[in-house]
Design a protein around this ligand. Sequence first.
Ligand code: ZN
Length: 285
Amino acid sequence: MPEGDTVWLATRRLHDALAGHVLVHTDFRVPRLATADLAGQTVTEVVSRGKHLMTRTDAGLTLHTHFRMDGSWHLYRPGTRWSGGPDWQVRVVLATQEWQAVGYRLPVVELLASDDEQSVVGHLGPDLLGSDWDLDEAVRRLRTDCSRELGAALLDQRNLAGIGNLYKTETLFLSGLTPWTTVGDVADLPAVVRRAHRLMTANRDHWQQTTTGSTRKGEEHWVFERAGRPCRRCGTTVVEAMQGEDDHPEQARICYWCPRCQSGPAPEPMRRTGTAPSGYRRYPA
Ligand SMILES: [Zn+2]
């Protein structure tokens, strides 16, 4: 699932390819925009806000897209083969003389006046990778509900924007706190947020996401997706459980943690089915 750093990098690639260039052809394959046509307009810039991507044109229009679970943007030279998935998964095409930007599986594709962007991103908290990142404001927003569990609070884009389950999970490991620790019980909340910011910033210039500093396969993460395997720091078996199933099942997230390195409340870990990695149950990311 793309997190803010992935969106940031995709945004920069799209900006470099499209900004300053005239669209010669556009194709919107979503019913609501079937007749939309931006040909003749110049892309002025592509910017990200948390996990939202905004493509602006000189006609005062913004194409707003969001990756959600598995959306992506691909860039192709005209005449080359598209490889981002089957054709029916294409949602939008923006073509200049030099590039074809193809959006696959994007669950959010909408056109709006650039002046109205706040209507879709105005609710977001400070952007962890934004030039206007504001640590104090993010901490202030997190503290508006001190009884909330930290894992859920960190994922709430209204508190801070761009973080997803990977960086949440690893930030909590490095902070020595379980996801069920309440916000009010965190001794140094700014340090937790600073850590998330540092992890994401360190990863924003490349597609690979490492929180350990190692890019070797299987060594990129401390506990994320490592349930059943030994903690890389203390050797204790990493465990997993869902968070948020009772209140908002659709927002429930799988949590991974080391019971020894991370202190605080935690539910009974889920039992794994099967013994081989292939027998592990899959959960929503
Ligand atoms: Zn450990």
